[in-house]
Write a protein that binds this ligand. Sequence first.
Ligand SMILES: Cc1cc2nc3c(=O)[nH]c(=O)nc-3n(C[C@H](O)[C@H](O)[C@H](O)COP(=O)(O)OP(=O)(O)OC[C@H]3O[C@@H](n4cnc5c(N)ncnc54)[C@H](O)[C@@H]3O)c2cc1C
Length: 291
Amino acid sequence: MHEFTYVAPSSVEEIVQFLAQHREKARPFCGGTDILVQMRSGVRRPSYLLDVKTAPETRLFEFDPAKGLRIGAAVPCADVSADPAVRRYYPGLAEAANLIGSVQIRNRASLGGNLANASPAADTVPALIALGAKAVLRSVQGQREVPVEGFVTAPGRTILNADEVITEFVIPPPQRGGADAYLRFVPRNEMDIAVAGVGVFVKMEGQRCVEARIVLGAVGPTQIVASEAMAYLRGRTLNEGVVSHAAELAAQAASPIDDVRGTREFRRHLVAVLTRRSLLAAAKRAQANQS
Ligand SMILES: Cc1cc2nc3c(=O)[nH]c(=O)nc-3n(C[C@H](O)[C@H](O)[C@H](O)COP(=O)(O)OP(=O)(O)OC[C@H]3O[C@@H](n4cnc5c(N)ncnc54)[C@H](O)[C@@H]3O)c2cc1C
């Protein structure tokens, strides 16, 4: 690996000052599970690696039933998936965070890194989009809060400027009758990336779905919001036929590639299966959340 300088800032202010000075020469990192692999293979050659997690603001973890969830960008996925409030109120996010790599990887890997790495197969991104999460970005110019939806613009590309850092994620409060779920398919039990992944959120009134969000991963250059399937579900009773039709609409929204890990047809089929299963799982949870 090339030589670089490791920097351990003690605040977000220090991070943004450093980024403003060194811009593309510096790279913020959290767990290092993506960037170190990329540096070893020569794909990235930053002069400075800026350790985001040494700034305490990026380790924040707060839940308030009225305000929602705030998770620091550097909080390890193992902590996210083990947190009682996340498991109770955002089980789909817990499921996604719990699928990343292995125990060792999850103790390093963060939500910030998963999003900023901008892989179409990133597991927590569809789950965050389904929940309507926003990312908080800081630079010396100030702070902006942007939806996770639309953050990734192409594989490896995002809306993040060279002088910006993700400090935290803000997730809306849990809704009565609402729940999420995340499912993916991999050929192995773990240590593999998704061939397809689906994150959903549904809000139920009795058997009727009043709101639905369906987000597909690994079946397009970026995460795909299956808007037609979402519109179809709104106002309908979630029976087997309706859920299966929504799953077919979601499969049509996918734009997968053929590669060694799966053909286009297989990935579309997976989207239908995963959408159907995740909708049924989320609907069951949502119904239990109605009282
Ligand atoms: C063995 C193995 C298995 C894996 N399995 C999975 C899997 O199943 N599912 C999955 O989705 N991923 C998987 N990954 C990929 C990786 O672990 C995840 O993407 C992880 O969430 C990255 O988080 P990190 O904190 O380690 O990122 P880092 O490596 O620290 O950073 C990744 C990228 O994001 C940028 N970045 C990091 N933090 C910030 C920030 N706060 N602000 C701005 N930019 C930032 C970095 O500059 C870098 O470009 C795996 C990786 C390995 C090595």
